[in-house]
Design a protein around this ligand. Structure first.
Ligand code: PEP
Ligand code: MG
Length: 761
């Protein structure tokens, strides 16, 4: 029977959604009671969808789903039938937040028979959630006696109606006063989420989205021609903005140019315009039409696999937001105003975007995606910004201005917390501050193990704001200064003089403690728009780090000049990133020598000593570390990149972030080989990957013989405590056989060891 069925939505005139929107608008314009409107709406939906039944269930504050209106079911059941959350098919739709499309509903395991509603002879069932800011506030159901699956187009049409219904319900026009309060309470209910902790710290602050949603606006058009005119004007002004943007950035090439051109293509795209116009013709306001089309795009985005296309749909999303800002009179507002104690929410964020924000007000970061080795995580750690990732729901469900608690240690996030939760976190925050103070009090203690092994503890940095931590943590020096971060702030490449200023200030503030300046590790995700880098399919394995530096002396030489000058009369440590072969070191050294020669010719005060180190962060460099060591003064393992290449697992991938543990014997035994070879070469070897921030991993590295660690500032104190309590000799004996014999991550066993030895983790 199903195959003969012709979807009404697919009829030649394909005007049903438009007619339905028009009808909804009329219903809302009539001076009727809330109940009468709801009844009319169900009737209109059933009529358009040729359904035998249409019902609307709304969620009450006790999370039960109440039948609010129906056409086709027993009218007496309205406001009487209440389903528990998850009960029956309707409850399933609410619980999962997903549509449910069944041709034989009574046979479904979740089907629950309610005599009072009278659905005995109904076979097919389509339920879709009514979602408001990501939260299920009700369920819209259509049912038919016939056995058939609803077609995709029909499901989409009912979903479209449900989004409009959500707006109307939330707007309050469909509810009696008491129910409005109920809904408000539901939407304002405290919520609790659990994400992946990345940077620890407790923050109680105010939520703000990186891309704020547009303000409330009307849903239906009072006058279709007027809304059409607003849409046309909005589009014209959007096109003009993009044209101006392109004209202003005439000099751009590469990716940035391409992005802008794509924006222009979209802004003038006839298909997009047509879909927007159709939505307005169906009776929606210009803003709602834009949102409607955006929803459809997002839905498409979820099914697109090709990363390039996904990016493009993101672009269209951005363009949509711009259009909405124009329509709602928010202008082009590119600058984000942060509230005090801001907790920023974003789907994803690049290091440059983070550095653009007002750091005086920013307190914590929540991302829908992300992993703990990503560059954004590294920058957040450097800025001491508590951060939790992997929370897509929070980003969608939190409103700007909501009170929000972020616990960067456990990954807990509480939104609109009740007083008791607030009190718990206030004391946790105090406790955290107190333990930080205790750690600071231990900063002068030597970092020497119980059996007398001295471990050199340095900190990672990248901006001048990091420098005060050098003294507050008692770090021996800066083991990794990521100079490229400076290149990501601002709109231009910093001049040699600007760079010199920063390096000089850093050296002054270090007050004699050594700093290892890594030459700019640009490329991959560390690129600013102005650099006009070409798009690469695998940027992490692309033209980056020393590869770029030796190909572009114009980039490397001004930086070397700045470093040589800033360190005049002092010792200078330079570190080369992303080295793969010894030739690259030789080439980089040639460039360094050229700059030394130039400084000499110009009678500049030279550093007293120049040490050139090499990052060991590719398996090739690790394998031939003995060869590379001949041309290096010191070596430093970049564990973040090394692990990514060793496990062939993208360090930025949220999916893979928990999959391979750096404490797996495969990685640790490889690191031991590197450490042993480095020792024979006589060159000092350190480890500056973020994994060492974890005291257990720091222990493992010490166990395999790496005695110089560079970690984020907040980890110095906790690691030093463990070092002071451990017996390195005893631990090594315990660890070594396991490197060869075990097949799984050593983490659980190491945790047990640490507990048995009463190590303060
Ligand atoms: C690393 O790869 O471990 C490293 C320290 O460098 P970055 O994280 O900046 O790539
Ligand atoms: Mg690296």
């Amino acid at each position: 029977m199903a195959s003969h069925y012709q979807s009404p939505y697919l009829r030649e005139d394909s005007s049903s959604p438009r007619i339905l929107m028009k009808r909804l608008r009329e219903i809302m314009a009539e001076d009727n009671s809330a109940q009468a409107r709801l009844d009319e709406i169900t009737r209109a939906i059933a009529f358009t969808m040729i359904a035998d039944v249409c019902s609307i269930y709304l969620r009450r504050v006790d999370d039960r789903l109440e039948l609010y209106a129906t056409i086709g079911l027993n009218r007496e059941a309205v406001h009487q039938t209440r389903l528990d959350w998850g009960e029956g098919l309707v409850g399933q739709v609410a619980k999962t937040g997903q549509p449910l499309n069944l041709d034989r509903a009574p046979e479904h395991s979740a089907f629950s028979f309610r005599a009072e509603v009278g659905e005995e002879d109904l076979q097919s069932f389509l339920g879709v959630p009514i979602l408001r800011t990501g939260k299920v506030i009700g369920v819209l159901v259509i049912q038919n006696r016939q056995q058939r699956l609803y077609r995709e187009e029909e499901v989409e049409a009912v979903q479209l109606v449900a989004t409009i219904l959500a707006e109307i319900v939330a707007g309050g026009d469909l509810l009696e006063e008491a129910d409005k309060a109920d809904l408000e309470q539901l939407l304002q209910k405290p919520e609790h989420f659990h994400g992946k902790p990345v940077v620890s710290g407790v923050v109680i602050g105010t939520a703000v989205h990186h891309q704020p949603p547009p303000p409330a606006h009307k849903i239906f058009a009072d006058s279709v021609p007027h809304e059409m005119q607003r849409l046309e004007e909005g589009l014209a002004s959007l096109q003009k903005n993009i044209d101006v943007l392109i004209a202003k950035n005439e000099q751009l090439s590469g990716v940035s140019r391409e992005v802008l051109e794509v924006y222009r293509l979209f802004a003038y795209d006839k298909g997009w315009r047509k879909r927007l116009e159709e939505a307005v013709l169906s009776g929606l306001s210009a803003e709602s039409s834009v949102e409607q089309v955006q929803n459809e795009n997002r839905k498409k985005m979820r099914t697109v696999k090709d990363p390039y296309l996904r990016e493009r749909i993101h672009d269209l999303d951005d363009l949509t937001r711009r259009l909405l800002r124009i329509l709602t009179g928010q202008g082009n507002g590119d600058q984000l105003e942060l509230p005090d104690e801001a907790v920023l929410l974003a789907d994803s964020l690049g290091p440059a975007e983070l550095l653009d924000l007002d750091r005086e007000k920013l307190r914590a970061l929540i991302l829908a995606e992300g992993s703990d080795n990503s560059h954004i995580a590294i920058v957040a750690r450097g800025l001491d910004l508590p951060m939790v990732v992997d929370l897509p729901d929070v980003v969608e469900r939190v409103h700007d201005g909501d009170q929000i608690i972020v616990d960067g240690q456990s990954g807990e996030v509480h939104v609109r917390p009740p007083a008791e939760t607030l009190a718990i976190y206030q004391s946790k925050r105090e406790f955290f501050a107190q333990s930080q103070a205790e750690l600071a009090a231990e900063r002068a203690l030597p970092s020497v193990s119980k059996d007398g092994v001295a471990i050199s503890l340095h900190m990672n940095a990248g901006l001048l704001v990091d420098l005060p931590h050098l003294h507050s943590t008692g770090a021996e020096g800066i083991g990794l200064f990521r100079t490229e971060l400076q290149f990501l702030i601002g709109n231009n490449l910093p001049t040699s003089a600007e760079q010199e200023n920063i390096y000089r200030t850093a050296l002054e503030q270090a007050q004699g403690k050594p700093i290892i300046f890594r030459t700019a590790d640009l490329g991959s995700d560390k690129a600013a728009d102005y650099m006009r880098l070409d798009r690469e399919t695998n940027p992490a394995m692309g033209w980056r780090g020393v590869r770029m530096s030796i190909d572009r002396e114009g980039l490397m030489r001004p930086q070397l000049r700045a470093l040589l000058s800033a360190a005049g009369g002092k010792e200078l440590n330079i570190l080369l990133p992303m080295v793969t072969t010894a030739e690259e070191v030789l080439k980089a050294r040639e460039i360094i020598d050229k700059e030394i020669e130039r400084a000499r010719r110009n009678d500049r005060l030279l550093p007293t000593k120049i040490n050139v180190g090499v990052m060991i962060e590719t398996p090739a460099a690790a394998w031939r570390i003995d060869d590379i060591a001949r041309y290096a003064d010191f070596l430093s393992i970049g564990g973040n990149d090394m692990a990514q290449f060793f496990f062939a697992a993208d360090r930025e991938s949220a999916r893979l972030s928990n999959r391979y543990d750096s404490m797996h014997p495969a990685f640790l035994s490889f690191m031991k080989m590197v450490a042993d070879k480095a020792r024979y070469s006589g060159k000092s070897l350190g480890y500056c990957g973020e994994q060492a921030a974890d005291p257990l991993m720091a222990m493992a590295l010490i166990g395999i013989g790496i005695y110089r660690l560079s970690v984020p500032a907040p980890s110095i104190g906790p690691i030093k405590r463990v070092i002071r309590a451990m017996d390195v000799g005893h631990f090594r004996q315990w660890l070594e056989p396991k490197l060869a014999l075990e097949s799984r991550s050593l983490r659980p066993q190491m945790l047990t060891y640490a507990l048995e030895q009463a190590l303060p983790l």
